[in-house]
Structure formats: C-alpha cells, structure tokens
Design a protein around this ligand. Structure first.
Ligand code: 3HC
Length: 702
C-alpha cells in the first residue's frame, strides 16, 4: 500500500478534510504519520483552505501506534506528526468517533479543537503496554485537564467516555448528528477565523488552579509502589506529569522521549505486547472461517442457583441481558436470589454501583422453578453440582424443552462435555462455558468443545463470553479441561514441597515476589480449605493410586478451614485478615513428614518457583501435544485471566521461554528420576528443547 492511500485529503469549501483510512482500527502504521504531515503542508500552502478536520474512516478515530511496529525503526515519530499539527498556522479540528487511544489521542490533543460523537472513547492506555505516551500526550493532557485527572487517566490507561472527557476538558463539543463529518466541517469553518489558536501546551489555567500537587504525586507513587511493584511505566508516567507541572513544555517532551525509549524494548513491555496479541489470537477459532457471524445471546437461563449459578446470572444482568435463574425448589431459588441481592448491596455500599443500578440489574434476573419457563432463551448454562447423573438428566430435559438453535452449555469444571452432549439429540449445540469464581468478576470464560460441538456453537459461545465482558479461550474436553488441568500440577507440587520442608509463608513470599498479588496459601485461606477437600476424598476413593495430600487434609480435619474459622494455613487474629505464620502448621507438616518417612530440607527460592511453574509447563506441553488447546498463547490467556498470573510476565508459556525449553527439560528430567511418574517429561517439551524453538509457538505438530 502506498503511503498516500492510508491518509486521504480533500477540500470542501474552505475546510480540508484529512482522513485516516488504515483498517481495522486506524493504527498509526507505515505512512499514516507521513501522510498527516504532507496533508497539513498542502492545506497550509493553499490559500483556499482556512481550517482542517482530522477524522478516521470507519468506526474509529485512531487506535494509536501500530503495536506490531514497536521495537522496529519508525521513520517518523508520533511526536513529530503531533508537533506538525500543533504548529499548523490554520486550526485543526479532531473529529473523534469510536476510539481515540494512545498516539491517536495524542494527535487529537495536538489539534486546536476536539469534537466527538456521544459514543466516542478516548484514553492513553500506553502503561498497559509497559510504555508511556511518546507523542507529547503526557504534557498536553496535563495542560488540558490538570495533574489530578492526568494522573488518573495516564496511570490507569482507562477509556474515558465522551461526556466525562468533555467535563474534564479534553473534548470541546459533543456532536449528536447523523452526518458527523458534515457537522465537523461546519465546526471547522466556524472556528477558522478565531485567533490565536488554542494550543494545549500553552494553556496553564488547570495547572495553576491545581496549585502544589506534591501530595497527589506522593500518593500516586505510594499507590503504584504497592499496585504495580514490577512495572516501571506507571512511575515514569507520574514523573512525566510532574514534569509537565513543574518545567517547560520542551523539557517535558525531552523527558518523555527519554523514558519512552527506555521502556519500549523493556522485558515488561515485550511481555505486555505479547499478552495484548495473545488475547486477540484466542478469539480466532480454527475451522470457523466459513461460519456466519454469530448471533448475540439476547436472553439466557442458568440452571442451579448456587454460588456459581448466581454469579453467572449476575454476569448477564451486569451487561443488561435478561436472565432466568432456575432451581428445583423455591427455597433454593430464594437462597440464590438473596445471595445475588447481598452481593449487589455490597457493591452499592462500596460505591461501585448506585442503588438504581442495583435495582435495574436485579430486574433483569427472574427466578423460575419450571423448565417450561426457559424454553425460549437463546442460551442455557447448567451450573449444578459436579455429578454426572444429575447433569445428564438436566441435559435430557434441556433437549426436550429448549427451542431449536439454543446454546446448551455446561459450567462443569471437569466433566467431559461429550457425556452431556450424548444425553441430547443435538450434540452439535452442546459446549462448555466454564466460568471462574466469582463468575461476575473473573474475566476468563473457558469455552469447551466436545467431539461433536459445531464450530458455530463455539463461535456463538465465544461471542456470548465477549458480550459479557469476558475473555473467551477454547479448550478441548478432558479432565480439568485446559486451565485447571495445567494448574493442578502446580498446586500438587506446592503441597508436596511442604512435606519436604518448605513453609507456606516462604512459598507465598516467592509468589508475591514473582508478581502475584497474594500467595496461594493466603488465597486458599480466603476461599476455604474445605472446598477442595471433598474433591480429594472422592478422587482418593475412586483411584487407589491417587497421591493423597496429607497436610491440607489434616488441617481441614482439625477444623482449620481458613479465614472463616480463624485459622487455616495461617492464623488470624479476631476481625483481622492479616495472615500470621503458625507453629501449629509447622508441627502438622513435620508430623506428616515423620509418619511417611519424608526427609525435611531447606529450599532455595528459585527451586520453589521452578518446581511450581515447571510442573505446569510440563502439563501444558502435554495438553498442547494432545491438541486440547489450539495454541500455547491460549494457555497464557487462561493463566492471565483465570488465575491472575502476573501480566508483565506474559503468561506461563511466555515466561517459560524466558528460561528456555532446554533448561526446563533438563530439570524436569532430573525431577522425573527423583520423584517418579508425575514428572515424566512431555514429548513436546523434549522436542522443543531439542529443536531450540520456542514453547509459545509450539503445537501438536511441532
Ligand atoms: N496496533 C496494531 N494492531 C492493533 C492495534 C494497534 N494499536 N489496535 C488494535 N489492533 C488490531 C488487533 O490486533 C486486531 O487484529 P486482528 O483482527 O488481526 O486480531 C484488530 O486490530 C481489532 O482489534 P480488537 O479485536 O481489539 O478490536 P476491538 O474493536 O475489540 O477493540 C480497540 C478496539 C479498543 C482499539 C482495541 O483494539 C485496543 O485497545 N487497541 C490498542 C490500543 C492501544 O493500546 N493504543 C496505544 C498504542 S501505544 C501508542 O500509541 C504509543 C504512542 O504513545 C507513541
């Protein structure tokens, strides 16, 4: 594509329209910045032109720099093209529809006026990619909105809606007219004669009004020392906003360039860029390219008003989709509805939603006890206990009552989808929609395909997940599917290392140092040790070779079920949630070790981390080899959104590549010799180690 084609130039009356035409999102790919500079030069040299409109073709203004180009050479920087706009002798009006993000918003900020549609969204999401804005955005935004709003917008990277953007001073006017371009041209013609041009970096009112912001910068630094411990970008962003307040525009721009350059190729930025594309890749379903665009799920039903069922119903209500919650007895239903009301009431109390919002969401959820009442729903999600016979009976009923074409979904976390599918005469319509607790909060929805699930069913379930604000990723059906199956190995090693002498507080400290917000033992105390106890007992009863996890079993049997009983892996003082290491746990660990003749020893931090994560890497390789996941990056997406894996480490398999398949394979082989079968190296891991390729690119054929 020639450079001129991505930027179009035409003159209507006395206004030159510069439009960006670089699908799908008008990123600042090759030729865009150059095209803008050329168009400005052309218009400024044309005496018939008195003003410009800068607009995006299609749905968006501009989504920012082309993320694929980071790390490479850019002939023209965003800073340069933004400076050309700023310096234009004739006014430039940014006409924003859809998204103006990153470098896109930076171009808009350099314009002399910004107008938008009511639906437009703006933001500087660079910190989410491990960098800071590099096109003058940190400086111009601070001048326009003041340091407090700039700190919020730049350090969170959040999208700001048009009305909020207008209120804080980013947008001058919101235009609610069908022909946005025509309205933008009229606006430009109107402001053509206004002199001097309002240039964002020359405005100082908001900065002066804010006065001494030393405290606000201090608070922001303290907050990010805790929240973004492993990331430099938010701290650099704070320094840049401070520079905008304290120094000249030129000094601020120079610092922005330095810090941008420092971050662009940092490990943090590379991992975050990988995560960005991994998430988008997960949405692609092999074999579904000929499937028609999936219809949205406009009404849903959830079977089972337990914790998961209630959470899933809330997830639908939260996005305004009507949902019927079905349970067999009025009593069970009432309990579920009460749980939902209580959850929403907590959100109202915290101020995250208003009372009227709570009422509106509750009105979307209708409790029913009769299957006939759900027959016309577009999708039904079964979320009852993990009992095969119960699930089969439910799917038989669903087959009888649901309208043709409805999605028949199961929230099972382990049971083979084919078993449910076979209970129906429409196995092609059956799939898994495995939500993670709490279902209204956690972002991952693992979409499980059975052997007969139609690609159209997968595509529509993925769309449903996306419309719920979730990140969908597809898994093949097997015990534990992909997410839980790959994580179980880690959890098992974590328990077994205790028997060998590691302590919960040491393991937790290492996980927190790695980047998890909390250690897994502390998390387990919050969710309750009894939750997994029952499952282990069932597995042990069914499988004589099952390796029992004695330490957690003993703790549960002693009544130590976690925070709710005042003790679990840690001890809790009255009314306090701070975990305190407990000698009693040490004693339980030592007595289990004595009883089973396991020698106690000390562990280095690295050994603990590697033993935990290598166990899962090895299992993830098995999963890939069996073709249960489409790609390694899908497993990373599951870990990022299902288990809170630190995003700046990219994901399990991305992180594994930073160690290298060959050293991991060597270590796994050694542990196989020492600990036996559970450490048997996956053939795929061996192949990748041998070939010197990357785990993140590995699949069944590699
Ligand atoms: N660069 C390259 N590709 C991009 C892109 C970007 N900035 N933004 C989106 N894309 C691609 C996606 O990878 C996807 O490609 P695919 O179809 O091949 O998978 C396609 O565009 C559509 O993207 P989404 O599926 O995400 O579309 P949505 O409509 O759901 O979302 C969006 C649109 C909100 C714009 C979202 O794509 C997004 O958040 N993009 C990233 C925005 C961003 O982070 N911008 C800052 C970049 S850094 C920067 O500007 C530096 C500057 O300061 C110098």
């Amino acid at each position: 594509m020639s450079e001129k084609q991505v930027v179009k130039y035409r003159v209507t009356g006395n206004v030159a329209v510069i439009s960006i035409d670089n699908p799908p999102v008008n990123a600042l790919g090759p030729g865009v910045r150059e095209g803008i500079i050329d168009a400005l030069a052309q218009g400024n040299a044309d005496s018939a032109v008195e003003a410009f409109v800068l607009i995006g073709e299609g749905r968006n203004f501009m989504a920012g720099a082309d993320i694929r180009q980071f790390g490479g050479v850019r002939p023209v920087s965003t800073r340069t093209s933004a400076a050309a706009i700023d310096a234009s002798a004739k006014p430039v009006v940014a006409a924003i529809c859809g998204y103006a993000l990153g470098g896109g918003l930076e171009h808009a900020l350099a314009c002399h006026y910004r107008i938008s549609t009511p639906e437009a969204k703006v933001g500087l999401p660079e910190v989410l990619l491990g960098i800071v804005p590099g096109g003058g955005g940190t400086q111009r935004l601070t001048h326009l909105v003041g340091p407090e709003a700039a700190l919020d917008i730049i350090t969170t990277g959040r999208h700001v809606g048009a009305y909020e953007a207008q209120r804080i001073g980013i947008i001058d006017e919101i235009v609610d007219e069908p022909d946005f371009l025509a309205a933008s041209v009229r606006f430009a013609a109107r402001v053509a004669i206004v002199k001097p041009l309002p240039r964002a970096h020359l405005l100082s009112e908001k900065i002066e009004q804010a006065g001494d912001q030393a405290l606000a910068f201090d608070d922001a630094r303290k907050f990010h020392t805790r929240k973004s411990r492993h990331q430099k970008a938010p701290m650099h962003a704070i320094a840049l906003i401070e520079a905008a307040v304290k120094g000249s525009f030129e000094e601020g721009l120079a610092l922005e360039q330095t810090l941008f350059a420092e971050l662009e190729n940092s490990e943090e930025a590379k991992a975050l860029r990988y995560a960005f594309f991994a998430e988008r890749e997960a949405a692609k379903i092999p074999g579904a390219s000929n499937v028609p665009k999936p219809e949205p799920v406009s009404s849903a039903a959830v079977i089972g008003a337990g914790t998961m069922g209630s959470g899933i119903a809330m997830a639908f209500a939260d996005v305004g989709t009507p949902v019927k919650l079905l349970d067999v007895t009025h009593e069970a239903l009432d309990k579920g509805m009460k749980r939902i009301r209580d959850n929403y009431a907590v959100s109202v109390k915290r101020g995250s939603i208003s009372q009227s919002e709570m009422d509106a969401r509750l009105a979307k959820i209708q409790g029913v006890v009769d299957y006939a009442d759900i027959s016309d729903c577009d999708a039904v999600i079964e979320a009852v206990f993990e009992r095969v016979d119960l699930k089969q009976a439910i799917f038989r009923k669903l087959d009888d009552v649901m309208k043709p074409g409805a999605l028949l979904l199961s929230n099972s976390s382990a049971i083979d989808i084919d078993i449910m599918a076979q209970a129906t005469k429409r196995p092609a319509d059956v799939a898994g929609a495995h939500f993670f607790a709490p279902a209204n909060v956690m972002k991952l929805c693992e979409v499980v395909r059975g052997t007969q699930t139609a690609p159209a069913t997968i595509a529509r379930t993925m769309k449903m997940a996306r419309d719920l604000g979730k990140i969908g990723a597809v898994a093949g059906s097997c015990d534990g599917f992909v997410a839980n199956r790959s994580r179980t190995s880690l959890m098992t090693e974590m328990m077994l290392m205790l028997e060998e002498g590691a302590m919960p507080e040491q393991v937790d400290r290492i996980l927190v140092a790695f980047g998890y917000p909390m250690g897994f033992f502390a998390v387990n105390d919050m969710s309750g040790l009894d939750v997994s106890y029952e499952g282990r007992q069932r597995r042990a009863a069914a499988d004589p070779s099952y390796r029992k996890l004695h330490v957690p079993d003993r703790l549960v049997e002693m009544g130590r079920k976690g925070q709710k009983t005042g003790a679990g892996w840690y001890r809790y003082k009255d009314g306090d949630r701070t975990p305190h290491p407990d000698d009693l746990v040490k004693e339980v660990i030592a007595s289990v070790a004595r009883e089973f003749g396991i020698a106690q020893r000390t562990f280095s931090d690295e050994e603990i981390l590697h033993r935990l994560l290598f166990a899962s890497v090895n299992e993830a390789c098995r999963i890939l080899d069996e073709g249960r996941a489409y790609r390694a990056s899908d497993i990373d997406v599951m870990w990022l959104y299902g288990f809170g894996f630190p995003r700046h480490r990219g994901g399990l398999m991305y992180w594994a590549d930073t160690i290298g398949a060959a050293p991991i394979h060597r270590q796994v082989t050694e542990w196989h010799e020492r600990y036996g079968k559970r450490w048997e190296p996956s053939p795929l891991l061996a192949r990748v180690a041998e070939s010197g390729t990357r785990l993140r690119d590995a699949g069944p054929q590699s």
